[in-house]
Design a protein around this ligand. Structure first.
Ligand code: DGP
Length: 205
């Protein structure tokens, strides 16, 4: 049986990832491709609840410790992800380990290689769609600035870190400064191609 594709969306805050992930899941499902949406951090688990309190500034957690918790929050979903992929379901994931590295490494005193270690061994995405939107445009979007990391200076560092992580073999930078529907069409076509390309390949780590 052919497997599903693992598609990851990355980008700075308010780049449109969540809107595009939701639309993509709906279109693929309507088309008849089994598809599930996942999102990291997954704020519904015990670890995710702690992360949610941290992000909404209700609690403080030491920077290394929160980095490991974000990673643990991904690891706790791995078995489910593998099962779904094996059964032919395509996963559309709103943020993954690249956010983990890009955000923590934007803090003072963090080495990018140290940041990568806790996520080593997670299933490797078949494609990363990096939604690229200028900081000015992102900061004008609704509710920008409510959560811990939504500050221009910090997001600029995050964007630079994402560029260091961009592996051209599976990473595609997409200009996100266009209408929701135009962006959706582009992503839908790209995703269908990836699903076809990887369906008989093993899942990499
Ligand atoms: P979201 O729910 O997609 O808005 O993500 C919440 C915030 O957490 C966002 O500012 C990005 C950040 N984030 C996501 N994953 C990680 C991670 O693994 N580590 C750190 N430090 N931040 C992350």
């Amino acid at each position: 049986m052919s497997r599903g594709a693992l598609i990851v969306f990355e980008g700075c805050d308010k780049s449109g990832k969540t809107t595009q992930c939701n639309k993509l899941v709906k279109s693929l499902t309507d088309y008849g491709a089994p598809t599930e949406l996942m999102k990291f951090p997954d704020r519904t688990t015990a670890i995710g609840k702690l992360i949610d309190e941290y992000l909404s500034n209700k609690t403080e957690v030491e920077d290394h410790a929160i980095h490991l918790l974000f990673s643990a929050n991904r690891w706790e979903s791995v078995k489910r992800m593998q099962k779904l992929l094996d059964s032919g379901t395509t996963l559309i994931i709103d943020r993954y380990a690249f956010s983990g590295v890009a955000f923590t490494a934007a803090k003072q005193g963090f080495d990018i290689d140290w940041c990568k270690q806790p996520d080593v061994g997670l299933p490797r995405p078949d494609a990363v769609f990096y939604l690229n939107l200028g900081m000015e445009a992102a900061s004008k979007r609704q509710s920008y600035g409510e959560e811990r990391y939504e500050k221009l200076e910090f997001q600029t560092k995050v964007a630079k870190n994402f560029q260091l992580l961009a592996d051209p073999s599976y990473w595609k930078t997409i200009d996100a400064d266009k209408t929701v529907d135009d962006l959706h069409k582009e992503l839908y076509n790209l995703t269908k191609t990836v699903i076809e390309e990887v369906k008989n390949q093993p899942i990499k780590t």
